[in-house]
Design a protein around this ligand. Structure first.
Ligand SMILES: O=[N+]([O-])c1ccc(O[C@@H]2O[C@@H](CO)[C@H](O)[C@H]2O)cc1
Length: 792
C-alpha cells in the first residue's frame, strides 16, 4: 500500500495507541451499565454514549478513535487489515522474536480457485485467532477490514487479486464461509473478530483512461445490480450476519455510496434485514471527503459529512467528519441523535468483542503468540496454495517423473519469487518458499536463471548469457513468470492482457529448444496464454495466482505429482483483444454494441480458458443419483417454500434434500475433484445467460476406481432470474442442470405454470442529482491524502 504523510505519521506513532482495554473493574465506569456484562450490548453502548460530551462524540468518528481518558476509555484503532493473514497499516510486528510474523495465506483469487468453502472457513479461523493473539499483545485491533468481495468483473482490475473471482454465486458462498471463520458462530457470547464486507458497491476500477476510483460514477442497471454486483453483499448482510460494511469510493447511479440512503438504508438495513445495532458502516479511507470533492455531491463540506452520517456511514476512515461535524451540527444539518446512533453501533460492536469485559471470562483473551503460526496453520497455508493451483494444459508430461539423474531448469521472474508470492495487503509471513527453494529440496539437479531483468529497467530485460547454459544443461524446462503488483495493484489497472514481448520471446526461444517444457503463469489477473496453449513444444501450463508463503512448494509439488491438481479458474481468461472491445467503465454484463459481454455467463467471444477450467492427472465421470421430476409446477414449489420456516423465499430449497452426484475417478491417480453445477436453459426473457453456477463442492482424495458423492443444495434463488427492475422471478421454461464445464452429465426438467416473484426489489426514490460546487480550487490530486484539499 501507499501511505500519505498523515497516515505514515499515525503508523509511526501507533503502537502505543493500539488496543488497550477499558478498566471496567476499577475505572470510572465500573458502576455504569456499560460495565455490566449481564446487560444487553445495545443498552451497554447507549449508557456509554450518554456519558460523552458532544466534543468527545465527534472525536470518536474517525478510524483512530482517541478514547475518553476521563472515563477510562482508551484509544481504539478501527483500521485493521486481514485479507489473507494479518496485515497493516497498524498491525505491529516486532523486529524479531515473538509477534514478528504470522501466517500468510494465498491471495483470495488463488483460494477462490480451490472452490473449497471448508478450507476458507479454516483459513479465516486462523486469521481471527492470530488477530486475537496480536490484539492481546496490543498489536492489532478486533475488527478487520476484510473481505474485499466485489466481483472481479473486468480482467484489468488491479485489485481483482483480492477477490475470489468473477462469479456472484461463488463469491456469496465463499464469503459466507469466510465470515463464519472470522466472526465465529453468531450465537457465541463473544465474536472472534468483526469482519467488514467491502467495498459496497460497484467498485472494481482503480485508474483507467482518466477515470479514478475516487470520482467514478458507476452506471449500473437495477438488473445488473441485483444479479451481479450485490449478491455477495447480500450474503454478507442477510445470510452471514457480518459485523461491518465499508462503503466505496465510487458513486452508483449518481450518488456516492457513502452518502446513499438507498444503498445504506433501503437495501442494506431494510431489505436485507441488517438491523442489529451492533453492525456499523465505515467509509473507505477519505471517502467521506470525496462525497464533497471530487464527487460534488454535497454543496459544502459540512453538508457532505451530514449527508454521509444521515445516509448510514457510522465511521469515517479519515478525519473529515471530526473536522466538519461541529459546523454541520451548528448549522442544523444533522441532529446529534444521528451521531449517537453511529457511536452506539460502534460501541455495541466492541461490547460483543468483549472489549469491556474481564479477560478471565473470555477464551479469545487467553490467546498469545503460541497460537500464531502454529504447525497446523503453516500446513493450512500450504494446503490452500496446493488446492488453488490450476492445470490448464497437459500433454502427459505432468506429473514429472523424478529421479536423481534429472536436471531441472527453472527460469523466469517468479522462479525465485519472494514477497511477490503474497500479492498485496500482506503482513510479515512466517517464511517465503519460492519454487527454487522447493526444487532444491528435491533429489535432482536444479539449474536456475531468472532470465529477465528488472521490470522497470528495459535495458536489463534480457539476461541471456546466464540462461543459455542453464537451459542447455536441463532435461526439463519450467518457466515461471507472469505479472506482479508492478502492473496490477491498488490505484493501478492493467492496460494489456498479453504476456510482455520479452516474456513471449523467452518462452518461444526456450520452447524452440525442443525440450519438455512447462509454463507456470502467476499473478491475480489472467494473461492471454493462447500462444502457450497453441505451442506444441510446450507440454503443460499451470496458473498459480499469488499462492502465499508456501506457494513455491505447492507449485513444485503439483509439477512433480506429490499433489494432484484440482483447482479451477475462478475467472474467464479472455483473449488480449478484449481490452479494445469494452471500456472498464462499462458496468453492463450483457453484450451490446459497446461490449462483447462480461464473465462466462454473457461473454459472446471465445475465451482462451473458460471460468471453471482445470485439468487433472486422472479422469472423472459423474452421475446424478437423486431422481429429478421431468416437470415441476411453480405453484407447488412456492407452496412448499411458504410452509417452511424460511424467511426469504429465494433461500428455500428446490428439492427436499440436496442433490446427490456420484463422482467416479475412472483413472488411476488419486485426486481431488471440484464438482461444479450450472443451470442453463430457456426460461424468462431473452437474452439467456450461457449458464450460471448454482452449486459446487470439492471432494477429496478420490482414489482410482473409487466413487465419492457431492451433495448439492439448490435454492429457489438459484432457479430464479432477475428482471429489469431487479425482482427475482421464477419463470416457466426448460432447464438443464450441467455437471462440470464440458458436462460430464446433464439433466433436463421443466417448470410449468405462472411466473412468481421470490424477491421484490425496492426502487430508489428521491433526488439523485448532485448539489455540489464545481471548479473548486484544488480539490483532487490523484493519490491519497486529505491534506491535498485546501481546508478553509
Ligand atoms: O492513505 N492511505 O495510506 C491509503 C491506503 C490504502 C487505501 O485504500 C483503501 O483502504 C482500504 C481500507 O480497508 C480499502 O480497501 C482501500 O480501498 C486508502 C488510503
Amino acid at each position: 500500500m501507499v501511505f500519505s504523510k498523515s497516515h505514515l505519521a499515525l503508523l509511526l506513532s501507533s503502537p502505543g495507541a493500539l488496543a488497550l482495554f477499558p478498566h471496567c473493574s476499577n475505572g470510572p465506569l465500573k458502576n455504569e451499565v456499560i460495565c455490566d456484562s449481564s446487560a444487553a450490548p445495545l443498552a451497554r453502548a447507549k449508557s456509554l454514549v450518554a456519558l460523552y460530551t458532544l466534543a468527545e462524540k465527534i472525536d470518536a468518528t474517525g478510524n483512530t478513535s482517541p478514547g475518553v481518558p476521563r472515563l477510562g476509555i482508551p484509544p481504539y484503532e478501527w483500521w485493521n487489515e486481514g485479507l489473507h493473514g494479518l496485515a497493516g497499516p497498524f498491525a505491529n510486528f516486532s523486529q524479531e522474536g515473538e509477534y514478528s510474523y504470522s501466517t500468510s495465506f494465498p491471495q483470495p483469487i488463488t483460494m477462490g480457485a480451490a472452490f473449497d468453502d471448508d478450507l476458507i472457513k479454516a483459513v479465516a479461523t486462523v486469521i481471527s485467532t492470530e488477530a486475537r493473539a496480536f490484539n492481546n499483545a496490543n498489536r492489532s485491533g478486533l475488527d478487520l477490514w476484510t473481505p474485499n468481495i466485489n466481483p472481479f468483473k473486468d480482467p484489468r482490475w488491479g485489485r481483482g487479486q483480492e477477490t475470489p473471482g468473477e462469479d456472484p454465486f461463488h463469491l456469496s458462498s465463499y464469503v459466507h464461509a469466510l465470515i463464519q471463520g472470522l466472526q465465529g458462530d453468531s450465537s457465541d457470547p463473544y465474536k472472534r473478530v468483526v469482519a467488514t464486507c467491502k467495498h459496497y458497491a460497484g467498485y472494481d476500477m482503480e485508474n483507467w483512461n482518466g477515470n479514478f476510483r475516487y470520482q467514478f460514477d458507476a452506471q449500473i442497471s437495477q438488473q445488473d445490480l441485483v444479479e451481479y454486483y450485490l449478491p455477495s453483499f447480500q450474503s454478507c448482510a442477510r445470510d452471514s450476519n457480518v459485523g461491518a460494511f465499508m462503503c466505496s469510493y465510487n458513486s452508483v447511479n449518481g450518488v456516492p455510496t457513502c452518502a446513499d440512503p438507498y444503498l445504506l438504508q433501503t437495501i442494506l438495513r431494510e431489505h436485507w434485514g441488517w438491523t442489529n445495532e451492533e453492525q456499523w458502516v465505515t467509509s473507505d479511507c477519505d471517502a467521506v471527503q470525496n462525497v464533497f470533492l471530487p464527487h460534488e455531491w454535497s454543496s459544502t463540506r459540512e453538508q457532505a459529512v451530514a449527508d454521509s452520517l444521515i445516509a448510514g456511514t457510522d465511521l469515517d476512515c479519515g478525519s473529515y467528519m471530526s473536522l466538519h461535524l461541529p459546523g454541520a451540527i451548528a448549522q442544523g444539518l444533522v441532529n446529534e441523535s444521528v451521531l449517537d446512533q453511529a457511536l452506539v453501533r460502534q460501541y455495541s460492536s466492541l461490547v460483543r468483542l468483549g472489549w469491556f469485559d474481564a479477560p478471565e471470562d473470555q477464551p479469545y483473551r487467553q490467546l498469545d503468540f503460541s497460537d500464531v503460526a502454529t504447525n497446523a496453520s503453516q500446513q493450512l497455508a500450504y494446503r490452500a496454495a496446493a488446492e488453488g493451483i490450476v492445470l490448464l494444459k497437459n500433454d502427459g508430461l505432468l506429473p514429472l517423473a523424478l529421479d536423481s539423474s534429472l536436471s531441472l531448469g527453472l527460469f523466469g521472474e517468479w522462479a525465485n519469487a519472494s514477497s511477490e508470492l503474497l500479492g498485496n495487503y500482506y503482513g510479515v509471513p512466517t517464511y517465503l518458499h519460492s519454487p527454487l527453494w522447493a526444487a532444491e529440496q528435491l533429489n535432482v539437479t536444479v539449474n536456475y536463471a531468472r532470465g529477465m531483468g528488472s521490470s522497470t529497467d528495459p535495458s536489463t530485460n534480457f539476461n541471456w548469457p546466464a540462461l543459455w547454459p542453464a537451459a542447455a544443461a536441463s532435461d526439463v524446462i519450467v518457466f515461471i513468470s507472469g505479472i506482479t503488483n508492478d502492473v496490477e495493484a491498488e490505484e493501478k489497472d492493467r492496460v494489456s492482457l498479453s504476456w510482455t514481448g520479452p516474456q513471449m520471446d523467452m518462452i518461444g526461444q526456450l520452447a524452440g529448444l525442443g525440450k519438455p517444457m512447462v509454463v507456470v503463469q502467476m499473478g491475480g489477473g489472467q494473461l492471454d496464454s493462447s500462444p502457450i496453449a497453441n505451442n506444441p513444444n510446450i507440454s503443460a501450463l499451470l496458473w498459480g495466482g499469488y499462492p502465499g508463503q508456501d506457494g513455491g512448494a505447492a507449485i513444485i509439488d503439483v509439477i512433480t505429482g506429490k499433489v494432484a491438481p484440482a483447482g479451477r479458474l475462478p475467472v474467464t481468461q479472455y483473449p488480449s483483444s478484449y481490452v479494445q472491445e469494452v471500456a472498464m467503465t462499462d458496468m453492463a454484463l450483457r453484450p451490446s454494441s459497446r461490449s462483447p459481454g462480461r464473465t462466462y455467463k454473457w461473454y459472446n467471444g471465445s475465451a482462451v480458458y473458460e471460468f471453471g477450467s482445470g485439468l487433472h492427472y486422472t479422469n472423472f465421470s459423474a452421475s446424478v443419483t437423486t431422481q429429478l421430476q421431468a416437470s415441476y409446477a411453480i405453484s407447488d414449489l412456492l407452496q412448499t417454500c411458504k410452509q417452511s420456516n424460511e424467511t426469504y423465499l429465494d433461500r428455500c430449497t428446490f428439492t427436499a434434500s440436496p442433490l446427490q452426484v456420484n463422482i467416479t475417478n475412472t483413472g488411476t491417480t488419486t485426486s481431488d475433484y471440484v464438482t461444479l453445477a450450472y443451470l442453463a436453459g430457456t426460461f424468462g426473457p431473452a437474452p439467456y445467460p450461457k449458464k450460471s453456477l448454482v452449486a459446487y463442492q470439492r471432494l477429496f482424495a478420490i482414489a482410482g476406481g473409487a466413487t465419492d458423492t457431492a451433495a448439492l443444495k439448490l435454492t429457489l434463488g438459484s432457479l430464479a432470474r432477475v428482471d429489469e427492475t431487479g425482482n427475482k422471478v421464477i419463470y416457466p421454461g426448460d432447464y438443464s442442470l450441467l455437471i462440470d464445464n464440458q458436462p460430464l452429465t446433464s439433466i433436463n426438467f421443466t417448470l410449468t405454470g405462472e411466473e412468481v416473484t421470490v424477491d421484490e426489489w425496492p426502487q430508489p426514490d428521491g433526488n439523485r442529482t448532485k448539489k455540489g460546487v464545481t471548479g473548486f480550487e484544488g480539490y483532487f490530486v490523484p493519490g491519497y491524502g486529505s491534506e491535498q484539499v485546501a481546508l478553509q
